[in-house]
Design a protein around this ligand. Structure first.
Ligand SMILES: [Mg+2]
Length: 181
């Protein structure tokens, strides 16, 4: 089996889970039933870095929220798929739409609902506090836990493996990053 770095070389699209991955999994449920969650601001710049390096990005999540829709729009995520319980067919549809092969996709998640996708992509990442079964099937495990910089770490790992870090760093310096969070 190829190691994470060799697998990262072929990646063209980075796909993310939300709850427990982009967030720490905490949900605040309001009296009207609406759910509120917090995101670590660092992943916003991570996604910008990915776009600057020419990667496509996608989110596949089981839940649905208008806040995420706004956030994904602001961050210019290429594909947002919410309310998805069976993630694998959605993964295949996204890849077909963008003319990508499975080995060109990277996915990061935290729980059992991510397993089918994790087994189908070229590079699978788990957050530090992911379910053991998920970790067992991944090629990359972040040092940080979900919602605490894990996704940023995954993106930087791929950029680094492809030698794109320097190029992207230069581009970021020439941008105003004040409004990116
Ligand atoms: Mg999750």
């Amino acid at each position: 089996m190829l190691d994470g770095k060799a697998r990262a070389l072929r990646i063209k699209m980075i796909i993310m889970d939300v709850d427990g991955t982009l967030t720490d999994g905490a949900l605040f449920v309001l009296p009207d039933g609406e759910e509120v969650k917090s995101y670590n601001v660092r992943y916003g710049l991570g996604i910008l870095l990915a776009h600057l390096a020419g990667f496509k990005t996608a989110i596949i999540t089981g839940k649905t929220s208008r806040a995420l829709e706004k956030r994904a729009e602001k961050l210019r995520i290429d594909e947002l798929h919410q309310g998805i319980l069976d993630k694998k067919p959605v993964l295949e549809a996204i890849l077909a739409k963008h003319g990508l092969k499975n080995e060109e996709a990277a996915y990061i998640g935290d729980d059992l609902g991510d397993l089918a996708v994790i087994k189908a992509v070229g590079l699978a990442g788990a957050v530090a506090d992911a379910h053991p079964e998920v970790k067992k099937n991944c090629h990359f495990i972040s040092q940080q836990s979900g919602g605490r910089g894990a996704v940023r770490e995954f993106i930087e790992f791929i950029l680094d493996a492809q030698g794109k870090w320097g190029e992207v760093e230069e581009k970021v310096k020439s941008l105003s990053v004040r409004n990116i969070g």
